[in-house]
Ligand binder design. Structure first.
Ligand SMILES: [Zn+2]
Length: 327
């Protein structure tokens, strides 16, 4: 019954904290689905980023081509203007023909002038054709540029949307995953998750310490299988439990126990007692050292590694847990 209470209270907390509406319809598959869409969205964001880059490269090429065209058009227009000045006016050419009918030397000169005139006319025609072609290309390139620019704007919008989705999914995922675990003991938080002084041989504390009286019951944070029971080393008497939550493997660690009430290979239910809080191993007073790993147990003395801050669990479930946390 308490588990139901927790779920209800958990959802209440989620809603109260202004989470997305999907938290309202949490199903056991949600975690897996969220993880899958997270991966897919990540890939989509990557793809969109790549196509935006390709579009920007294309835009650059188009702009360079447009600049070359603009220069060419200017050049040809100038040339045409010059030709215009060189061309012999028709009346002048007519006069030359009249004179040439009288004077033979003028005749030859007129023929030459006529030939030069024709050449210029021909050249002018060619240049005009080139100009026309260039202007057509310019128009085409301008329209391509507009298309590309439009697709760039669309992709950018899409990218922004996907990036927002990704960030929402990440928040949702982070909010959902640890909500599956219970705080394993009642007590006072004596050391949090995060960077540590290094005086005990580690510069990152990848769990939390819950201080309480020796003998305080320790509960399994989630249903699972006991994969390790140890009695020596820095952890002293300790238990490791492997959990499968919607296909995702998680491992929890309970250290410095006074007494262990379970054994390797045993299946435990969430909230079931697995031992008593104590002061064994590297410990300077009775407390529980509790770790949550996403995946297999994995120790790092210098970083979080795959460990998750269990305080997120306490914040989420609070007083709804059968284990009343006082932190
Ligand atoms: Zn600790």
């Amino acid at each position: 019954m308490w588990k139901q209470l927790i779920m209800t209270a958990g959802v209440g907390v989620l809603l109260f904290q202004g989470q997305t509406a999907s938290a309202d319809n949490m199903s056991p598959q949600d975690l897996v689905h969220t993880e899958q869409s997270l991966e897919q969205t990540k890939q989509r964001v990557k793809d969109t980023k790549q196509s935006i880059h390709a579009i920007e490269t294309k835009l650059g090429q188009i702009d360079r081509r447009a600049e070359v065209l603009r220069e060419k058009v200017e050049d040809i227009s100038k040339k045409l203007e010059e030709m215009e000045n060189e061309l012999v006016p028709t009346e002048q050419s007519f006069l030359a023909r009249v004179v040439s009918s009288v004077l033979p030397s003028a005749k030859a000169e007129a023929a030459e002038a006529e030939e030069a005139h024709q050449e210029l006319v021909e050249k002018k025609k060619q240049e005009n054709d080139t100009l026309k072609q260039l202007k057509e290309e310019q128009e085409q390139i301008e329209s391509t540029r507009q298309d590309v620019k439009r697709s760039h704007d669309e992709k950018s919008k899409q990218y922004q949307k996907q990036a927002n989705q990704l960030s929402d999914l990440k928040k949702q995922y982070e909010a959902m995953a640890p909500a599956r675990f219970l705080m394993p003991a009642e007590g006072r938080l004596s050391q949090g998750f995060g960077p540590a002084s290094g005086q005990f041989g580690y510069t990152f504390h990848n769990g939390i310490d819950i201080a309480a009286k020796t003998g305080t019951p320790i509960y399994a944070a989630e249903s699972g299988k006991v994969t390790k029971v140890g009695s020596s080393g820095p952890y002293g008497n300790h238990v490791q439990i492997e959990h499968n939550v919607d296909g995702q493997k998680w491992t929890t660690v309970y250290a410095h126990l006074h007494k262990v009430d379970t054994k390797k290979g045993e299946t435990v239910r969430q909230g079931e007692s697995i031992g008593q809080l104590g002061n064994t191993g590297n410990s300077s007073g009775p407390h529980l050292h509790f770790e949550i790993h996403k995946g297999d147990y994995n120790f790092s003395a210098t970083s979080a590694g795959n460990a998750i801050n269990p305080m997120k669990v306490a914040e989420r479930l609070g007083g709804a847990s059968p284990v009343k946390s006082t932190f």
